[in-house]
Each structure stands twice: as C-alpha cells, then as structure tokens.
Design a protein. Structure first.
Length: 95
C-alpha cells in the first residue's frame, strides 16, 4: 500500500482485497474484492492530508486491474455503484 501527497494531489496504489484480520486475500467474487479494495482506498484517503477530508468523491482517476474479462464487468459494476455519488470522478479504467 502506498499513499503519497504531491502538491494538492494524493496518489494511492496497491490496495487489494486483503482481510486485515487474517492478512489473507478474501475468497470472493470480483465485485466483492473490488468493494473491499475501494474501502481500503477510502480509509487511506481519509488518513491522508492530516485527515483533511479527502474521499473517493475527490478522485480524478480510478484504475482497477483484473485478471479476466468476466472480472472486468463485475469490477466495473462495483466501481460504478461505489462511485455513483462521486460527481468529480472523470475517468474510471478497468484493465
């Protein structure tokens, strides 16, 4: 996991569907994995900038890597549901 602030931007990477209690990846469908990874991103953002209120709604770009085309549709749906209230997100990429 990594969060770096440069100027007025916070860059977050390495968020995966890890269960913090067991330190293992969750064994679930891609949508659930995406939701958990996004929850981790939200937590990292809320701690960045000294807790200055950065949230997913402030994101300009979200990139999600998947391992199959079936997972891409599930991840896209999960991202859309999570980011539906985020009017500022201009780009969502599923790779």
């Amino acid at each position: 996991m990594l969060a770096v602030q440069y100027d007025r931007h916070v860059y977050v990477s390495g968020q995966i569907a890890l269960n913090p209690a067991s330190m293992t990846l969750i064994d679930a469908d891609p949508a659930a994995q995406c939701k958990l990874a996004l929850r981790h991103v939200s937590q990292v953002l809320s701690c960045s900038s000294g807790g200055g209120g950065v949230c997913l709604c402030d994101c300009l770009l979200v990139v999600c890597y998947v391992t199959s085309s079936d997972a891409a549709l599930a991840a896209q749906t999960a991202l859309n549901l999570t980011l539906s209230s985020s009017a500022h997100v201009s780009t969502v990429s599923i790779l």
